[in-house]
Design a protein around this ligand. Structure first.
Ligand code: ZN
Length: 311
């Protein structure tokens, strides 16, 4: 855990309407909104974070909701599936829940010996609820309707679709410390042993697939987890040494970040465990207030009026 990439940290996607997004993730899927803030590069837009009780890295899915944004298109050079870990025996609960809530889903299927359910969020973002082959002892966030025996545990994996896996695979193995675990036809499963969960990246190779379009219902970037800023900067050197462009360290209030585009075209971020989401509100209060970085505090009155209501 010390100097390694510790699996997934968070995934950031683009949504349409904020309220629809909030309802789906907090009510239907039963996640906790752990932070309500704004896009630091576009403060008129929310940045909503959903995760477990404290927003543990490896459970965090975040959105920039832009009302009326055009739909994106899944394709190559993108994260095309987001896999959540769910308990054994819970898929019937989820099937009924998606049916009752008129959510689009597919019948359960299986890959790498794991049963899963594919579901689309209100903007068409593709999620999978996967019963992991390995134990997942992470404590779930519970709601009145989604109890622990069914609740998501955080991420199981992500899937990246690419025309040719080699360059992306090389970043995963040679820089991030992942290894090839299994292969089935054109799906290559990579795993890191640094963590027990949120440890898998699947690369799907489709030579003729056109590049996807990042807009509503698609993933903007995926962040991998490091312990602290010291490790973050060690990885900055390793990635820069490959001749890839990588940003300076950016303060995201709840973590420190670096961004680079991996050679397969996906925007990767590295993000630290520290300081975490309880830096500006208590664990009990997480997600309850609009939290603004210092530079936008003076705009609070205006933003509270213009940002859409979630309730
Ligand atoms: Zn991010």
């Amino acid at each position: 855990m010390e100097n390694t990439i510790n699996g997934l940290h968070h995934i950031t996607a683009i949504a349409g309407g904020a309220k629809k997004n909030y309802d789906f993730y907090t009510r239907v899927l039963g996640l906790r909104m752990v932070k309500k803030t704004v896009n630091f590069d576009d403060p008129q837009t929310y940045h909503l974070y959903y995760g477990d009780e404290v927003g543990t890295p490896g459970t965090i899915l975040t959105f920039f909701p832009w009302e009326g944004i055009t739909a994106g298109r899944r394709g190559a050079r993108q994260v095309t599936e987001i896999g959540y870990s769910v308990p054994k025996g819970s898929l019937d609960f989820w099937l009924k829940r998606f049916e009752d809530n008129k959510v689009l889903y597919n019948k359960p299927a299986e890959k790498f010996g794991e049963q899963y359910l594919t579901v689309l969020d209100p903007d068409g973002l593709k999620l999978e609820l996967i019963v992991s082959k390995t134990a997942d002892t992470r404590l779930p966030w519970e709601t009145a309707e989604v109890k622990a025996e069914n609740a998501t545990r955080g991420f199981h994996n992500i899937t990246i679709t690419t025309n040719k896996i080699d360059a992306t695979a090389k970043i995963l193995t040679d820089v991030f410390g992942y290894r090839l675990l299994e292969q089935h036809v054109n799906r290559f499963r990579f795993i890191t042993d640094a963590v027990d969960n949120a440890a898998i990246v699947d690369l799907v190779e489709v030579a003729g697939e056109v590049a996807g379009h990042v807009a509503g219902g698609s993933v903007h970037h995926v962040a991998f987890r490091v312990k602290n800023e010291e490790v973050l900067m060690q990885y900055r050197e390793k990635i820069a040494a490959l001749g890839l462009h990588i940003t300076d360290k950016i303060d995201r209030n709840y973590f420190y970040s670096l961004y680079f585009r991996e050679p397969g075209g996906v925007l990767f971020e590295l993000a630290t465990d520290n300081p975490g989401f309880s830096v500006d509100e208590s664990v009990a209060e997480l997600g309850s207030g609009l939290k603004l970085p210092a530079q936008y505090e003076k705009m609070r009155g205006e933003l509270e009026k213009s940002l859409p209501s979630l309730v």
